[in-house]
Design a protein around this ligand. Structure first.
Ligand code: GTQ
Ligand code: FE2
Length: 375
């Protein structure tokens, strides 16, 4: 037979055979690469998460309403409002690989003990008197402190104070979910015993440096840091020292394991950035998603051409490979989490410094509460 033989349906034999071929492929769950229309191999990363910002006043007000309306119990486990990136189509994730959230605990409350394979960090926003017990070590929390609850470590949060406390939660949950490796287990009791002395990891961690300056880390972590708490006084002192020494508009330090110099968790890095008054930085692209929390001060970031104005308590997302530059009039300290340790471990981390500021093509307006529905 030749291909110009025309069938009764008006198709050549060749066309009929091709149609049957595609239909057979579909019937046995095979896709021919040449017909796949989604861009499987884009020239540069195309994260679904978009640059986004959550306003501190809005977060604070809704956290307060959660405190008044919703108890903390087994099942729900935590009073947490998760940052949902609108690019992710309704998923409660700040970015494709990262969970970011605000958590609050009222006076005398306990968030019950459990453990899970996703690792977590806490960055304390406000209030006092809460301790997170991490595998039996009671870690006191104060504003500006970083507390680690590594993968599969038991953890519960308990308040002994008379006021509420708020903190930022960062987890690698979406990444571990993508790897189909999420496990979860409740602790047999509501909470772990309150042993003394508290903060054992701080005395046992050893004398190694707790910070490394700059963004480039070559050391691959296979375990989490033995130090579970990084105190704000130490972070602040190190930032001041670095800023004075370098004279740069922006100094960044990464929290590291004093035992190995690697990132605090194998999956997530934590960093603090100080912008000196009047600082203007040039844009940089980096692989890996990041979530920022404004610890102090105010300023703006231009992310992929859009300007995000921020001040204390705001949280914002810089997706992988988005060009981001940071500016501050009064000066600012920014805390950040990111997934770069995984990219570094796999040899696919990249950075590209751009040499001119971005054209600002728009200004981001954060969502605000509609006054008519706010009691
Ligand atoms: O505090 O243990 O934001 O398990 C999400 C899951 C916090 C926690 C979150 C959690 C926790
Ligand atoms: Fe947890």
């Amino acid at each position: 037979m030749t291909s110009d033989t025309t069938t009764s349906a008006g198709r050549t034999d060749e066309e009929s055979r091709l149609a049957a071929f595609y239909s057979d492929l579909a019937s046995v769950d095979l896709y021919p690469l040449w017909t796949i229309t989604r861009d499987l191999l884009p020239p540069t990363p195309r994260p679904r998460a978009v640059p986004w910002l959550w306003n501190a006043q809005v977060l604070g007000e809704l956290a307060e309403r959660a405190l008044a309306l919703v108890p903390v119990e087994r099942g729900g486990e935590r009073r947490v409002l998760s940052l949902g990136n609108p690019g992710l189509g309704g998923l409660p994730y700040a970015a494709g690989t990262l969970w970011g959230a605000i958590q609050c605990l009222g006076r005398g409350e306990t968030a019950p003990a459990h453990r899970h394979t996703p690792g977590a960090i806490r960055f304390i926003l406000s209030g006092d008197g809460v301790a997170t017990t991490v595998d039996g070590d009671v870690c006191d929390m104060h504003p500006g402190d970083l507390v680690l609850t590594p993968s599969w470590n038991w953890h519960d949060h308990s308040s002994t104070s008379d006021g509420p406390m708020l903190w930022f939660d960062g987890l690698d949950l979406p990444m571990i979910e993508a790897l189909d490796a999420v496990f979860f287990e409740p602790y047999p009791d509501f909470r772990q015993p309150d042993v003394t002395p508290h903060n054992r990891s701080e005395t046992l961690a050893g004398p190694g440096p707790r910070f490394v300056s700059g963004a480039v880390r070559d050391v691959v972590a296979v375990d989490h840091s033995p130090l579970l708490v990084y105190r704000w006084q130490d972070t602040d002192r190190e930032l001041s020292r670095l800023a004075a020494e370098s004279g740069e508009p922006l100094v960044s330090l990464e929290f590291v394991s004093p035992a190995t110099g690697a990132s605090v968790l194998p999956t997530m890095n934590c960093a603090m950035h100080r912008l000196v008054p009047g600082a203007r930085t040039l844009p940089v692209r980096r692989t890996g998603n990041a979530v920022y929390v404004v610890h102090r001060g105010a300023g703006s970031s231009v992310i992929e051409g859009r300007r995000f104005d921020w001040s204390q308590g705001d949280m914002f997302v810089v997706p992988s490979w988005a060009a981001a530059e940071h500016n501050s009039g009064p000066g600012a300290d920014l805390f950040s989490i990111g997934d770069s340790p995984v990219l570094r471990a796999l040899g696919i981390y990249r950075e590209l410094a751009l040499d001119t500021p971005q054209q600002v093509t728009g200004v981001f307006t954060p969502a605000t509460l509609d006054d008519s529905v706010t009691p």
